[in-house]
Design a protein around this ligand. Structure first.
Ligand SMILES: *Cc1c(COP(=O)(O)O)cnc(C)c1O
Length: 382
C-alpha cells in the first residue's frame, strides 16, 4: 500500500515527523464533489482549511474558485494562482485589506457589517466592486450543532436593513446577492435542510429589498461534516447535490467547503519514541507533538490513526494506550486509551490531517524540529 511504503521510506530517510499530502486523491475527490454539484452550485475552496501551495495548485482545475478570509490569504492565493476567481469573507477586514481586495480585483467581497460597508464605500469611490451581503440567520432547528451560539459573523435583518441606504448612496458598490455560512460540521441531510432554509429566506429578503437584482446569487457557505470518529465515512456529496438541485432555486448558487475537500488527503506521520506506564496508565510518546497537529486538542477529539509496524505489518490489539507528543504539557494528547499494541519504532500515520492541521498549530512551542512535507503527485504539477 502506498501510504505504508511511503511512511517506511520517510522513516528510513530520517524525515519524521512528516506531513504527506495525496494530491492525486485530492484531485479525484474534488472532481467527485464538483460532479455532484454540477449544474446546481459553483464550488469554491475555503483556503483557510489548508493554504498549502501545492494543494491550491492541485485544486485549481477542479473548483470554480477560492474563498479567502484575510488579506494574507488573498495575497498568498494571488501569488500562486494570479487569475483564480476569488471571494473574500471574514469579519474585521481592515481598510488596508479592503483596498488590497480592490487592487487585486476580487470577484466577490462578502460584506460583514454596515460599518464595513461604509468604509468600503469610501475606499471603493474610484473602483467598482461586486459584493454579497453576509447574513446571520438563526438555523432552522435547535438540534443543529452550534444552533444556540450567536456568532459575530455577518448581519441580522436589522443590520442588513441598515446597509440599504449605504448601498443607494454608493453606486460603485454592486450588490449581487447574499452569503450565509451557518454550519461548522453538518452531515448531508442537515446541510440540505439548511440550504432550503437559507434559500427560502434569501429569495424573500432579496425580493423585498433588492428586487432589481433579477437572478441573484446565494452563497451557501461551507461546513460540510468531516466525522473524525468515522474517518471512512465521507460527506454524502451526491445526496447533498441532488437535494439542493431539487430545491430549484431561481438564483446562482455557490458553496465553499474547506475541510470536507482536503481533510481526507493529508497524514501526519511519526514514530513511537517510548512506551511507559504511569500509575496504571499506558502512554506512547511520539516524535513531534500537537504543536504540529493541533486538531485533536483544538476540537477535543481522538485523532484517528493507522499503525505501521517497524517491518511494515499493522499492530494488533493491545492494552489501552494514550498517544502523546514531546511537549511538556499534559494537553499534548493525540488520542486517549486506544486498545492497540505499540512499541518504540512503530510508525503512526494520523489520518484526516489535510485540513485545519499544520496551519492551525503552534509550531514554535518548545522549538522541536518542524515536520518535513511530502506529496503523492503523479501529475507532478510543479
Ligand atoms: C471557514 C469557512 C468556510 C469553510 O468551512 P469548512 O468547515 O472548512 O467547510 C467557508 N466559508 C466561510 C465564510 C468560512 O468562514
Amino acid at each position: 500500500m502506498l501510504l505504508q511504503a511511503k511512511a517506511l521510506r520517510l522513516a528510513a530517510a530520517g524525515a519524521l515527523p512528516a506531513y504527506l499530502y495525496d494530491l492525486d486523491g485530492l484531485r479525484r475527490h474534488a472532481g467527485t464533489v464538483r460532479r455532484a454539484m454540477d449544474g446546481t452550485a459553483q464550488v469554491l475552496y475555503a483556503v483557510k482549511a489548508n493554504p498549502d501551495e501545492r494543494i491550491l495548485r492541485a485544486l485549481s482545475r477542479h473548483v470554480d474558485g477560492f474563498e479567502v478570509a484575510s488579506g494574507g490569504e488573498l495575497a498568498h492565493l494571488r501569488r500562486i494562482l494570479p487569475h483564480a476567481w476569488t471571494a473574500f469573507s471574514g469579519p474585521g477586514k481592515t481598510d488596508a485589506e479592503l483596498a488590497l481586495a480592490l487592487e487585486l480585483g476580487v470577484a466577490r467581497l462578502h460584506v460583514e457589517s454596515p460599518g464595513e460597508l461604509t468604509r468600503l464605500a469610501r475606499i471603493a469611490a474610484a473602483r467598482p466592486v461586486d459584493i454579497l451581503l453576509r447574513a446571520n440567520l438563526r438555523p432552522p432547528s435547535s438540534g443543529e450543532a452550534g444552533a444556540d451560539i450567536v456568532t459575530p459573523f455577518g448581519m441580522d435583518e436589522h443590520a442588513l436593513a441598515a446597509c440599504l441606504p449605504i448601498l443607494r448612496a454608493a453606486p460603485r458598490i454592486r450588490p449581487r446577492g447574499v452569503h450565509v455560512h451557518l454550519s461548522w460540521g453538518s452531515p448531508a441531510p442537515a446541510m440540505a435542510g439548511l440550504a432550503a432554509h437559507v434559500t427560502t429566506w434569501a429569495l424573500s429578503w432579496l425580493d423585498r429589498h433588492l428586487p432589481e437584482l433579477g437572478r441573484p446569487e446565494i452563497d451557501l457557505g461551507g461546513g460540510m461534516l468531516v466525522d473524525y470518529a468515522r474517518p471512512d465515512h465521507l460527506f454524502d456529496w451526491p445526496a447533498y447535490g441532488a437535494a439542493v438541485a431539487g430545491l430549484r432555486v431561481p438564483a446562482l448558487l455557490r458553496i465553499e467547503p474547506g475541510r470536507a475537500l482536503t481533510a481526507y488527503h493529508g497524514w501526519y506521520i511519526t514514530d513511537v519514541l517510548d512506551v511507559k506506564t504511569n500509575h496504571g496508565r499506558r502512554f506512547a510518546v511520539l516524535r513531534g507533538g500537537t504543536q504540529h497537529l493541533r486538531t485533536p486538542v483544538a476540537r477535543g477529539h481522538d485523532q484517528p490513526f493507522t499503525v505501521i509496524g517497524r517491518t511494515g505489518g499493522a499492530a494488533g490489539p493491545g492494552e489501552p494506550v494514550t498517544l502523546v507528543g514531546q511537549l511538556c504539557t499534559p494537553r499534548d494528547v493525540f488520542a486517549r486509551d486506544v486498545p492497540v499494541s505499540l512499541s518504540p519504532g512503530d510508525l503512526i500515520a494520523f489520518r484526516l490531517a489535510g485540513a485545519y492541521a499544520w496551519n492551525l498549530s503552534h509550531h514554535e512551542f518548545l522549538m522541536h524540529p518542524e515536520p518535513t512535507f511530502h506529496y503523492l503527485d503523479r501529475e507532478g504539477v510543479p
